[in-house]
Design a protein around this ligand. Structure first.
Ligand SMILES: Nc1ncnc2c1ncn2[C@@H]1O[C@H](COP(=O)(O)OP(=O)(O)O)[C@@H](O)[C@H]1O
Ligand SMILES: [Mg+2]
Length: 437
């Protein structure tokens, strides 16, 4: 297997329950609806589902109860045979695998975590966690050592010798997760694994899963009916409705560009602050000036845009911001060196930061939020109004009027006076703002 081989690939999968299922698939293929086949006594649980899961990603399948999620996941590990279509796991077709090959794939490649922990009640935590290795014939010392390592990671190192009924629901689910991780398979299937947990514990488990995923680099296919959970966990999300995948995309794509009204309605209530990132809402910075333009350039931009602050760049790197007040004060004190009065901006965020974190910075900072890449290059800004509009899912009207975050705090007349003092005549015609990136 090469690194470009998909972890899992589903190709035109159908699962129809009931008699003459194959005939029902043919009817579906030639345009019959789910209710058409239901009229003949068949349940079309999964209809023409295709998707590719890349190694190392968290792929979420989301949909309401009955939409076909569990049926899909059971076809992925061969528990259910597709009525039509095929599944490949790390390049191996499940459809053409013999039963011993299938067993081998399940042992080596795919393990599953269920909603109801399915722990063995008469075994200790560590023996539950080591169970898959025991099945694989790994010796006692080694399997316990490997299970212990994973138990430490999920925060159960000190409960290794406890029995399942001595644990809380959240802890038991951690044992379930530890058991799947200890199995050492590359791919983890999780069917509503956190749905039975209390909200706070559930949130903790989600965060821990993301951390573990980053540390261990497994591929996770996670099923949920909870959109916020899907958005938090998913690198990509397949949205299901009535057996079909109606959209497959990143959380941001699904939120900002829903494929149809159904998805749009579904995402209406999502916690946008946790899903949207800085780069998805940033705009080309209006109030910016190269440091070489000097105090005069900065003043002109602020006057022309009626902005109380301006970002200062050196080449394409952001070096900070100045406020109108600071510039006027400096000039009065005889200092016209722009570089010396630039303040590092507190409101610098990376392109991938969630808006929830951006809001925090924005509260702390009087100047606009600057989005900057790893090398310090200015990518854009997020005016506060744009931030609020994005969270409220309304259009900010920023196309006609440049939205300036911080209104002027110094009267325009005083800015013009200061401009004159540094050798800039009142030349409103020359309003080059050096805007754009
Ligand atoms: N073994 C089965 N026999 C008949 N119908 C089934 C079977 N398993 C699931 N279904 C039906 O298939 C549809 C999809 O079910 P399921 O995949 O469990 O949905 P989800 O996991 O999204 O809640 C439902 O209508 C369900 O009743
Ligand atoms: Mg289900």
């Amino acid at each position: 297997m090469t690194s470009t081989t998909p972890a899992v690939e589903a190709k035109n999968l159908f699962k129809v329950f009931g008699r003459n299922a194959s005939a029902a698939v043919e009817r579906l293929k030639s345009g019959a609806s789910r209710s058409d086949v239901a009229a003949k006594g068949n349940t079309a649980a999964v209809i023409d589902a295709s998707f590719t899961v890349n190694p190392g990603e968290i792929f979420v399948i989301m949909g309401l109860s009955g939409s076909g999620k569990s049926t899909i996941i059971r076809m992925l590990n061969g528990l259910l045979e597709p009525t039509a279509g095929d599944v490949t796991v790390q390049g191996h077709s499940i459809g053409s695998a013999s039963s011993s090959e299938l067993r081998a794939i399940r042992q080596r490649s795919i393990s599953m975590v269920f909603q109801h922990f399915a722990l063995l009640p008469h075994r200790t935590v560590i023996d539950n966690a080591a169970y898959a290795l025991e099945i694989q014939g790994v010796g006692k010392d080694e399997r316990r050592a490997r299970a212990m390592e994973i138990l430490e990671k999920v925060g159960l190192g000190d409960r290794a010798e406890a029995m399942p009924d001595e644990l809380s629901g959240g802890m038991r689910q951690r044992v379930g997760l530890a058991r799947a991780l200890t199995a050492g398979t590359d791919i983890l299937l999780m069917d509503e694994a956190f749905s039975a947990l209390d909200p706070l514990i559930r949130r903790e488990m989600q965060e821990q899963l993301v951390e573990l995923q980053q540390e261990l680099g497994r591929t996770i296919i996670f099923i949920t009916h909870d959109l916020n959970e899907a958005m938090f966990l998913g690198d990509r999300i397949a949205v299901m409705r009535d057996g079909r995948i109606v959209q497959n995309g990143t959380p941001e794509e699904i939120l900002t560009d829903p494929a149809n009204d159904y998805v749009a309605q579904f995402v209406q209530d999502v916690d946008r602050a946790r899903v949207l990132t800085a780069s998805s809402v940033m705009e080309a910075p209006a109030a910016m000036v190269p440091v070489s333009a000097g105090v005069r350039g900065a003043l002109k931009v602020m006057r022309d845009l009626q902005s109380g602050s301006v970002l200062v760049t050196d080449g394409r790197r952001l070096i900070g911001a100045v406020t109108d007040r600071a510039v006027v004060r400096a000039v009065k004190n005889g200092n016209t060196d722009l570089r010396s009065i630039v303040r590092g901006s507190a409101a610098v965020v990376g392109p991938d930061e969630p808006l929830a974190d951006v809001i925090e910075r924005s509260v702390e900072s009087p100047v606009p939020i600057a989005v900057v890449d790893e090398s310090g290059r200015l990518l854009g800004t997020i005016p506060r109004v744009v931030l609020l509009a994005a969270l409220g899912n309304v259009e900010p009207t920023t196309t006609e009027i440049p939205v300036i975050d911080v209104p002027m705090t110094v009267p325009v007349a005083e800015i013009s006076e200061t401009l004159a003092a540094v050798g800039g005549a009142a030349d409103p015609v020359d309003t080059a703002t050096e805007g754009g990136v």
